[in-house]
Design a protein around this ligand. Structure first.
Ligand code: GYE
Length: 320
Protein backbone atom coordinates (compact mmCIF):
# COMPACT_ATOMS: atom_id res chain seq x y z
CA UNK A 1 0.00 0.00 0.00
CA UNK A 2 1.27 3.47 -0.82
CA UNK A 3 1.28 4.69 2.76
CA UNK A 4 3.44 1.83 3.92
CA UNK A 5 6.28 2.72 1.61
CA UNK A 6 8.47 5.66 2.34
CA UNK A 7 10.33 6.48 -0.87
CA UNK A 8 13.33 8.63 -0.11
CA UNK A 9 14.17 9.73 -3.63
CA UNK A 10 11.98 12.81 -3.82
CA UNK A 11 12.97 14.06 -0.38
CA UNK A 12 15.96 16.12 -1.42
CA UNK A 13 13.98 17.52 -4.33
CA UNK A 14 11.10 18.50 -2.08
CA UNK A 15 13.38 20.20 0.40
CA UNK A 16 14.91 22.13 -2.46
CA UNK A 17 11.45 23.07 -3.68
CA UNK A 18 10.48 24.31 -0.24
CA UNK A 19 13.60 26.45 -0.12
CA UNK A 20 12.85 27.90 -3.53
CA UNK A 21 9.28 28.58 -2.49
CA UNK A 22 10.50 30.35 0.62
CA UNK A 23 12.96 32.37 -1.39
CA UNK A 24 10.25 33.42 -3.78
CA UNK A 25 7.60 34.51 -1.29
CA UNK A 26 9.84 35.51 1.60
CA UNK A 27 9.92 33.49 4.80
CA UNK A 28 7.73 34.91 7.51
CA UNK A 29 6.45 37.70 5.27
CA UNK A 30 2.96 37.50 6.72
CA UNK A 31 4.03 37.68 10.35
CA UNK A 32 6.74 40.26 9.83
CA UNK A 33 9.48 38.41 11.74
CA UNK A 34 12.43 37.67 9.47
CA UNK A 35 12.83 34.06 10.56
CA UNK A 36 9.30 33.27 11.61
CA UNK A 37 7.94 30.07 10.11
CA UNK A 38 4.21 30.12 9.37
CA UNK A 39 2.57 26.74 9.99
CA UNK A 40 -0.99 25.67 9.26
CA UNK A 41 -1.89 22.74 11.53
CA UNK A 42 -5.10 20.80 10.93
CA UNK A 43 -5.85 18.78 14.06
CA UNK A 44 -8.51 16.12 13.50
CA UNK A 45 -10.53 16.78 16.64
CA UNK A 46 -10.67 16.84 20.44
CA UNK A 47 -12.20 13.39 20.85
CA UNK A 48 -9.98 11.92 23.54
CA UNK A 49 -7.53 12.58 26.35
CA UNK A 50 -4.79 11.59 23.93
CA UNK A 51 -5.87 14.20 21.42
CA UNK A 52 -6.05 16.93 24.07
CA UNK A 53 -2.52 16.09 25.21
CA UNK A 54 -1.29 16.02 21.61
CA UNK A 55 -2.83 19.43 20.91
CA UNK A 56 -1.21 20.87 24.06
CA UNK A 57 2.13 19.49 22.96
CA UNK A 58 1.78 20.95 19.45
CA UNK A 59 0.71 24.37 20.72
CA UNK A 60 3.34 24.33 23.45
CA UNK A 61 6.15 23.80 20.94
CA UNK A 62 5.02 25.71 17.84
CA UNK A 63 5.11 28.98 19.79
CA UNK A 64 6.04 32.51 18.78
CA UNK A 65 9.04 32.32 21.16
CA UNK A 66 10.24 29.29 19.26
CA UNK A 67 9.89 31.18 15.97
CA UNK A 68 6.55 29.88 14.70
CA UNK A 69 3.41 31.62 13.55
CA UNK A 70 0.84 28.84 14.09
CA UNK A 71 -2.65 28.68 12.63
CA UNK A 72 -4.33 25.78 14.45
CA UNK A 73 -7.72 24.45 13.31
CA UNK A 74 -9.74 21.67 15.01
CA UNK A 75 -11.81 19.65 12.50
CA UNK A 76 -14.15 18.04 15.04
CA UNK A 77 -13.51 14.59 13.56
CA UNK A 78 -14.96 15.62 10.17
CA UNK A 79 -12.91 15.05 7.04
CA UNK A 80 -14.66 17.86 5.14
CA UNK A 81 -13.54 20.31 7.82
CA UNK A 82 -9.96 19.13 7.47
CA UNK A 83 -10.03 19.48 3.69
CA UNK A 84 -11.37 23.03 4.05
CA UNK A 85 -8.66 23.92 6.58
CA UNK A 86 -5.96 22.53 4.29
CA UNK A 87 -7.28 24.58 1.36
CA UNK A 88 -7.30 27.69 3.58
CA UNK A 89 -3.64 27.04 4.45
CA UNK A 90 -2.81 26.81 0.74
CA UNK A 91 -4.62 30.11 0.14
CA UNK A 92 -2.66 31.68 3.04
CA UNK A 93 0.53 30.35 1.46
CA UNK A 94 1.90 29.13 4.78
CA UNK A 95 5.51 27.94 4.87
CA UNK A 96 4.60 24.43 6.08
CA UNK A 97 1.36 22.47 6.46
CA UNK A 98 0.99 19.82 9.17
CA UNK A 99 -2.01 17.60 9.69
CA UNK A 100 -3.33 14.52 11.40
CA UNK A 101 -5.83 12.80 9.05
CA UNK A 102 -9.04 11.54 10.68
CA UNK A 103 -9.26 8.60 8.25
CA UNK A 104 -6.78 7.19 5.76
CA UNK A 105 -8.55 7.67 2.41
CA UNK A 106 -10.17 10.55 0.56
CA UNK A 107 -7.23 12.95 0.50
CA UNK A 108 -5.99 12.54 -3.08
CA UNK A 109 -7.25 15.85 -4.44
CA UNK A 110 -6.17 18.07 -1.58
CA UNK A 111 -2.79 16.35 -1.25
CA UNK A 112 -2.20 17.05 -4.93
CA UNK A 113 -3.18 20.68 -4.39
CA UNK A 114 -0.67 20.99 -1.54
CA UNK A 115 1.99 19.44 -3.73
CA UNK A 116 1.15 21.74 -6.65
CA UNK A 117 1.44 24.72 -4.29
CA UNK A 118 4.91 23.43 -3.33
CA UNK A 119 4.14 23.65 0.37
CA UNK A 120 6.00 20.99 2.37
CA UNK A 121 3.68 18.69 4.28
CA UNK A 122 4.35 17.13 7.67
CA UNK A 123 2.05 14.22 8.42
CA UNK A 124 1.31 13.87 12.12
CA UNK A 125 0.04 10.86 14.07
CA UNK A 126 -2.30 9.03 11.68
CA UNK A 127 -1.42 7.75 8.22
CA UNK A 128 -2.85 8.31 4.71
CA UNK A 129 -3.61 5.89 1.92
CA UNK A 130 -3.34 7.88 -1.31
CA UNK A 131 -2.56 7.61 -4.99
CA UNK A 132 -0.55 10.85 -4.82
CA UNK A 133 3.13 10.08 -5.21
CA UNK A 134 5.34 11.07 -2.26
CA UNK A 135 2.71 13.36 -0.70
CA UNK A 136 4.60 14.39 2.45
CA UNK A 137 8.12 15.23 3.49
CA UNK A 138 7.99 13.41 6.81
CA UNK A 139 5.60 11.48 9.03
CA UNK A 140 5.83 11.43 12.83
CA UNK A 141 3.64 9.04 14.78
CA UNK A 142 3.36 5.76 16.65
CA UNK A 143 3.56 2.20 15.38
CA UNK A 144 -0.14 1.36 15.72
CA UNK A 145 0.26 -2.19 14.51
CA UNK A 146 2.91 -2.89 17.13
CA UNK A 147 0.60 -1.42 19.81
CA UNK A 148 -2.07 -3.93 18.77
CA UNK A 149 0.46 -6.75 18.81
CA UNK A 150 1.64 -5.79 22.32
CA UNK A 151 -1.96 -5.78 23.55
CA UNK A 152 -2.61 -9.13 21.87
CA UNK A 153 0.47 -10.71 23.41
CA UNK A 154 -0.71 -9.77 26.89
CA UNK A 155 -4.09 -11.38 26.20
CA UNK A 156 -2.59 -14.61 24.84
CA UNK A 157 -0.32 -14.83 27.88
CA UNK A 158 -2.77 -13.80 30.62
CA UNK A 159 -6.25 -14.67 29.33
CA UNK A 160 -5.76 -17.31 26.63
CA UNK A 161 -9.40 -18.48 26.68
CA UNK A 162 -10.92 -15.01 26.71
CA UNK A 163 -14.06 -14.26 24.75
CA UNK A 164 -13.02 -10.94 23.31
CA UNK A 165 -15.06 -7.94 22.25
CA UNK A 166 -13.04 -5.47 20.19
CA UNK A 167 -14.01 -1.83 20.67
CA UNK A 168 -12.69 -0.19 17.53
CA UNK A 169 -11.61 3.39 17.01
CA UNK A 170 -12.91 5.56 14.17
CA UNK A 171 -13.44 3.15 11.29
CA UNK A 172 -10.98 3.70 8.47
CA UNK A 173 -8.49 5.61 10.62
CA UNK A 174 -4.88 4.46 10.63
CA UNK A 175 -5.07 3.94 14.39
CA UNK A 176 -8.09 1.61 14.04
CA UNK A 177 -6.97 -0.31 10.97
CA UNK A 178 -3.46 -1.04 12.19
CA UNK A 179 -4.26 -1.73 15.87
CA UNK A 180 -6.93 -4.19 14.80
CA UNK A 181 -4.64 -5.88 12.31
CA UNK A 182 -1.87 -6.22 14.91
CA UNK A 183 -4.12 -7.44 17.73
CA UNK A 184 -6.16 -9.88 15.62
CA UNK A 185 -3.01 -11.40 14.14
CA UNK A 186 -1.89 -12.38 17.65
CA UNK A 187 -5.13 -13.48 19.36
CA UNK A 188 -6.75 -15.08 16.31
CA UNK A 189 -10.09 -13.99 14.83
CA UNK A 190 -11.81 -17.09 16.29
CA UNK A 191 -11.37 -15.74 19.84
CA UNK A 192 -13.14 -12.47 19.04
CA UNK A 193 -16.89 -12.75 19.69
CA UNK A 194 -17.78 -9.31 18.33
CA UNK A 195 -16.54 -5.91 17.19
CA UNK A 196 -18.06 -2.43 17.10
CA UNK A 197 -16.73 1.09 16.84
CA UNK A 198 -16.84 3.65 19.62
CA UNK A 199 -15.24 6.36 17.44
CA UNK A 200 -12.47 6.90 20.05
CA UNK A 201 -14.89 8.70 22.43
CA UNK A 202 -16.04 7.82 25.94
CA UNK A 203 -19.76 8.28 25.16
CA UNK A 204 -19.75 6.15 22.03
CA UNK A 205 -17.55 3.55 23.72
CA UNK A 206 -20.09 3.29 26.52
CA UNK A 207 -22.99 2.90 24.07
CA UNK A 208 -21.15 0.23 22.09
CA UNK A 209 -20.47 -1.80 25.26
CA UNK A 210 -24.07 -1.46 26.45
CA UNK A 211 -25.14 -3.06 23.17
CA UNK A 212 -22.35 -5.66 23.36
CA UNK A 213 -23.41 -6.75 26.86
CA UNK A 214 -26.76 -7.68 25.33
CA UNK A 215 -25.43 -9.16 22.10
CA UNK A 216 -22.47 -11.13 23.50
CA UNK A 217 -23.28 -12.27 27.05
CA UNK A 218 -20.25 -14.57 26.96
CA UNK A 219 -17.74 -11.74 26.50
CA UNK A 220 -15.21 -11.50 29.31
CA UNK A 221 -12.52 -9.29 27.82
CA UNK A 222 -12.69 -6.00 25.97
CA UNK A 223 -9.86 -4.73 23.83
CA UNK A 224 -10.50 -0.99 23.41
CA UNK A 225 -8.49 0.90 20.81
CA UNK A 226 -8.11 3.79 23.26
CA UNK A 227 -8.44 4.66 26.96
CA UNK A 228 -11.50 6.87 26.54
CA UNK A 229 -13.61 4.07 25.06
CA UNK A 230 -12.32 1.78 27.81
CA UNK A 231 -13.47 4.32 30.39
CA UNK A 232 -16.90 4.34 28.72
CA UNK A 233 -16.85 0.53 28.91
CA UNK A 234 -16.28 0.70 32.70
CA UNK A 235 -19.44 2.80 33.06
CA UNK A 236 -21.51 0.37 30.97
CA UNK A 237 -20.18 -2.71 32.78
CA UNK A 238 -20.79 -1.24 36.25
CA UNK A 239 -24.30 -0.15 35.23
CA UNK A 240 -24.97 -3.77 34.26
CA UNK A 241 -23.93 -4.91 37.77
CA UNK A 242 -20.64 -6.49 36.70
CA UNK A 243 -17.10 -5.78 37.87
CA UNK A 244 -14.75 -4.25 35.30
CA UNK A 245 -11.27 -5.75 35.44
CA UNK A 246 -12.63 -8.97 36.99
CA UNK A 247 -15.85 -10.18 35.32
CA UNK A 248 -14.83 -8.40 32.16
CA UNK A 249 -11.14 -7.61 31.74
CA UNK A 250 -10.20 -4.46 29.85
CA UNK A 251 -7.10 -3.87 27.74
CA UNK A 252 -6.59 -0.42 26.19
CA UNK A 253 -4.16 1.74 24.27
CA UNK A 254 -2.94 5.30 25.08
CA UNK A 255 -1.89 5.54 28.73
CA UNK A 256 -3.30 8.97 29.49
CA UNK A 257 -3.69 9.79 33.18
CA UNK A 258 -7.37 8.76 33.46
CA UNK A 259 -6.59 5.45 31.80
CA UNK A 260 -3.63 4.72 34.05
CA UNK A 261 -5.70 5.63 37.13
CA UNK A 262 -8.28 3.05 36.03
CA UNK A 263 -5.40 0.57 35.73
CA UNK A 264 -4.18 1.48 39.22
CA UNK A 265 -7.80 0.98 40.46
CA UNK A 266 -7.70 -2.47 38.81
CA UNK A 267 -10.61 -1.68 36.49
CA UNK A 268 -8.28 -1.86 33.49
CA UNK A 269 -5.95 -4.86 33.25
CA UNK A 270 -3.31 -3.72 30.78
CA UNK A 271 -2.53 -0.48 28.97
CA UNK A 272 -0.25 -0.07 25.97
CA UNK A 273 1.12 3.44 25.77
CA UNK A 274 0.71 5.70 22.76
CA UNK A 275 2.75 8.79 23.54
CA UNK A 276 1.05 12.02 22.34
CA UNK A 277 3.76 14.42 23.54
CA UNK A 278 5.85 14.76 20.40
CA UNK A 279 5.26 18.43 19.56
CA UNK A 280 9.00 19.00 20.05
CA UNK A 281 9.76 16.51 17.28
CA UNK A 282 7.22 18.18 14.99
CA UNK A 283 8.77 21.61 15.65
CA UNK A 284 12.25 20.22 15.05
CA UNK A 285 11.24 18.60 11.74
CA UNK A 286 9.55 21.77 10.50
CA UNK A 287 12.59 23.89 11.34
CA UNK A 288 14.88 21.50 9.49
CA UNK A 289 12.62 21.30 6.43
CA UNK A 290 12.50 25.09 6.12
CA UNK A 291 16.28 25.25 6.53
CA UNK A 292 16.62 22.74 3.68
CA UNK A 293 18.07 20.09 5.94
CA UNK A 294 17.31 16.43 5.44
CA UNK A 295 14.71 14.83 7.70
CA UNK A 296 13.86 11.14 8.01
CA UNK A 297 10.86 9.98 5.99
CA UNK A 298 9.33 8.52 9.15
CA UNK A 299 9.88 8.99 12.87
CA UNK A 300 8.31 6.45 15.20
CA UNK A 301 7.37 7.76 18.63
CA UNK A 302 8.44 5.19 21.22
CA UNK A 303 5.77 3.52 23.38
CA UNK A 304 5.81 1.53 26.64
CA UNK A 305 3.16 -0.68 28.29
CA UNK A 306 1.79 -0.86 31.84
CA UNK A 307 0.12 -3.47 34.06
CA UNK A 308 -1.69 -3.19 37.41
CA UNK A 309 1.58 -2.86 39.34
CA UNK A 310 1.73 0.80 38.24
CA UNK A 311 2.02 3.24 41.17
CA UNK A 312 0.34 6.63 41.66
CA UNK A 313 3.83 8.20 41.80
CA UNK A 314 4.52 6.93 38.28
CA UNK A 315 1.18 8.23 37.07
CA UNK A 316 1.62 11.65 38.70
CA UNK A 317 5.09 12.02 37.23
CA UNK A 318 3.82 11.66 33.67
CA UNK A 319 3.38 14.71 31.46
CA UNK A 320 0.07 13.57 29.94
O1 GYE B 1 -5.01 6.55 20.38
C1 GYE B 1 -6.88 7.99 20.38
C2 GYE B 1 -7.17 9.20 19.56
O2 GYE B 1 -4.54 8.64 16.46
C3 GYE B 1 -3.08 7.72 18.06
O3 GYE B 1 -6.54 8.94 18.32
C4 GYE B 1 -4.30 8.52 17.82
C5 GYE B 1 -5.53 7.98 18.50
C6 GYE B 1 -5.45 7.78 20.00
O4 GYE B 1 -8.46 9.54 19.53
O5 GYE B 1 -7.10 8.22 21.72
Amino acid sequence: MARKTFPRTALAALSAVSLLALGACGSGEASGGGDTISVGFSQLGAESGWRTANTESVKGNLTAENGFDLTFVDAQQKQENQIKALRDFIAQDVDVIAFSPVIETGWDEVLQEIKDAEIPLVLVDRTVDTTVDDPYVTWIGADFKQEGITAGEWVVENAPDAKIFELQGTLGSGAQVDREEGFDSIVGEENIVGKATGNFTRAEGKAAVEAALQAYPEMNLIFAHNDDMGLGAIEAIEAAGKVPGVDIQIVTIDGVKDGLKALHDKKFNYVVECNPAFGDQIADAITKIVAGEEVPKETIVVDKAFDQTITMEEIDARAF
